[in-house]
Design a binder for this molecule. Structure first.
Ligand SMILES: Cc1cc2nc3c(=O)[nH]c(=O)nc-3n(C[C@H](O)[C@H](O)[C@H](O)COP(=O)(O)OP(=O)(O)OC[C@H]3O[C@@H](n4cnc5c(N)ncnc54)[C@H](O)[C@@H]3O)c2cc1C
Ligand SMILES: NC(=O)c1ccc[n+]([C@@H]2O[C@H](COP(=O)([O-])OP(=O)(O)OC[C@H]3O[C@@H](n4cnc5c(N)ncnc54)[C@H](O)[C@@H]3O)[C@@H](O)[C@H]2O)c1
Length: 491
């Protein structure tokens, strides 16, 4: 017998960084709301993204500082690799605390949670299949898709054979976090956020790490000088970094000490080389989880890569169906997904959640959108890379007439020298005529926090000279914002 259709006012598909708070807000606004999640409440960020990785990275930093103890006059004895079971347990404990908190909040709010895989069967109708094959049919006039992304394996000759022979040696950003011991040697394919955060972490925990990056620089979104600074830091930490290098072929010999051999081609000198490892991490990007949603049944359109295009109000091609977070396309950050929640909350006027923009008054639909002037982000290598606003390379050379740039090494920052954390650099891009700060990057100790100081200044419309003249506490990292402007020059 077909299951009875359950009718809701709203359905949220995916418990991501926007879907979870949105489900609660929908209930608080009086709407009967269902949330469907196929894996874990809290989505990627809590379960296999930000929270666990930054927890693991804290262990990596502890190992790094312990090794540096003698440099500060503190004897320390760090022999061999980290105790991965304890490192992993610390991560698991923090993740389960966060996840359980999320589960409780949804329950207390009165959200009806369905654990299972959602698929469209009609324009506003879905089925939910649980792990044990039980099926529910749900219907609502309002549907919010927040299904996120998953790791995408690159096309690589031989990869299927390696996975078939030694599946536990081929890792992605999720499986690498569950290792019970530190790999002796790790090949990291991809020099983006995922690749670099894990590469440095595992080098610090005791692996020998190679990073293979197809692009000519690490972190291709950054200006080349910042990417070069990051590369120098990682190489100083002992990582082997190969840019302009493409993976061509992979083989496995289960009996070898280093079972994995990757053949690469360097575009720099047109040469072929091999690199061996006990494990390989595939960190070459992510793909949206829209392929299993049967979107055709709803009429919601996707682009050629599976992302759901929306307008600035997160409306899809079908009225009443919205897409939020990573599944609508880059940039893929938790804070962007959370901001998507705010856009929906305010446009649908989900009181009692008075937003700052409305000061508690009803808002006209479409008064808030996703067009944000400066989205910040932080790559949690150590030191971090924090960035907000424009990069210099975002401004075409022909449009740089009034553009000025200031660069300052972290070795000029008193606080960084006192703590012996002086690796990296700051870079600011300004309009030389108006004094507006257009962009700021910092590779440095707490680079994300220094960036946030400049971000706040940009939000408040301060000019660069306001920061130069500000009284910052001494000796703080922010104090460097008095000095960087002395290095301004035409771009
Ligand atoms: C290793 C790693 C580290 C990261 N670190 C950071 C960081 O430090 N800072 C940062 O800002 N961002 C970071 N990110 C990115 C960040 O995790 C995401 O941008 C963020 O989670 C937002 O995702 P979302 O809201 O779109 O959905 P997600 O958090 O991806 O959640 C989507 C949910 O939908 C569920 N789902 C999918 N399909 C279905 C279906 N058919 N039915 C039911 N449920 C479904 C999934 O199981 C998942 O729980 C990191 C990502 C990774 C992989
Ligand atoms: N700290 C953070 O905020 C954080 C951390 C992790 C992930 N994330 C999010 O997750 C997203 C995905 O991260 P990611 O690092 O997986 O993807 P990414 O797209 O940022 O980086 C992938 C890198 O792999 C390289 N590459 C692709 N194919 C290759 C191949 N065949 N051989 C060698 N190199 C190859 C690309 O040049 C690129 O630099 C990011 O865009 C980011 O939005 C954020």
């Amino acid at each position: 017998m077909a299951p009875e259709t359950k009718v809701f006012d709203a359905i949220v598909i995916g418990s991501g960084q926007s879907g979870t708070p949105l489900a609660t807000a929908l209930v608080k606004s009086g709407r009967k709301t269902a949330l469907v999640e196929k894996s874990h409440i809290g989505g990627c960020c809590i379960n296999e993204g930000c929270t666990p990785t930054k927890t693991l990275i804290a262990s990596g930093r502890a190992a790094y500082m312990a090794r540096r103890g003698p440099g500060y006059g503190i004897p320390s004895h760090v022999d061999g690799a980290a105790d991965m079971i304890k490192v992993r347990q610390r991560k698991r404990d923090i993740v389960s605390n966060w996840r359980e908190g999320g589960e409780k909040r949804l329950k207390n709010a009165g959200v009806t949670v369905f654990m299972g895989d959602a698929k469209f069967v009609g324009e506003k109708e879905i089925t939910v299949e649980s792990d044990v094959g039980q099926e529910e049919v749900l219907k609502a006039n309002l549907i919010f898709i927040n299904v996120g992304e998953r790791p995408a394996a690159p096309p690589l000759d031989g990869l299927e054979g390696v996975i078939a022979t030694l599946p536990e040696k081929v890792l992605d950003s999720t499986s690498i976090q569950e290792l019970g011991e530190v790999p002796e040697s790790l090949i990291v394919l991809g020099g983006g956020y995922v690749g670099l955060e894990f590469a440095q972490l595992f080098q610090r925990l005791g692996s020998k790490v190679h990073v293979i990056q197809r692009a000519k620089q690490l972190l291709p979104r950054e200006d080349p000088d910042l990417a070069e600074s990051m590369k120098d830091i990682l190489m100083e930490d002992g990582l082997k970094v190969h840019c302009s290098t493409e993976a061509k072929h992979i083989t496995v010999d289960p009996l070898a000490q280093q079972p994995i051999t990757l053949t690469t081609h360097s575009k720099l000198d047109d040469s072929t080389s091999t690199v061996t490892g006990t494990h390989i991490l595939l960190a070459t990007g992510r793909r949206p989880n829209t392929d299993t949603l049967n979107l055709a049944a709803s009429g919601v359109q996707t682009d050629s890569t599976g992302y759901i295009p929306t307008n600035e109000y997160l409306e899809t091609s079908v009225p009443g169906i919205y897409a939020l977070g990573d599944c609508k396309g880059p940039p893929a950050f938790t804070h962007v997904s959370y901001d998507d929640f705010r856009v929906i909350r305010d446009n649908l006027d989900l009181l009692p959640y008075p937003s700052a923009s409305s000061f508690g008054k009803p808002i006209k639909p479409h008064s808030i959108n996703t067009r944000k002037s400066a989205i910040p982000y932080v790559c949690y290598t150590d030191p971090q890379l924090g960035h907000v606003g424009l990069h210099l390379h975002d401004i075409p050379t022909s449009e740089r007439k009034n553009i000025q740039v200031a660069k300052m090494p972290m070795s000029y920052v008193a606080r960084a020298l006192e703590t012996d954390e002086s690796r990296g650099m700051m870079k600011a891009v300004v309009n030389g005529e108006t004094g507006d700060i257009l962009g700021f990057s910092c590779i440095g100790i707490e680079g994300g926090e220094i960036m946030a100081v400049v971000q706040t200044a940009m939000m408040g419309g301060l000019k660069w000279w306001d920061l130069r003249e500000a009284i910052w506490a001494h000796p703080s990292l922010a104090e460097s914002l008095n000095n960087i402007w002395g290095y301004l020059e035409d771009a």
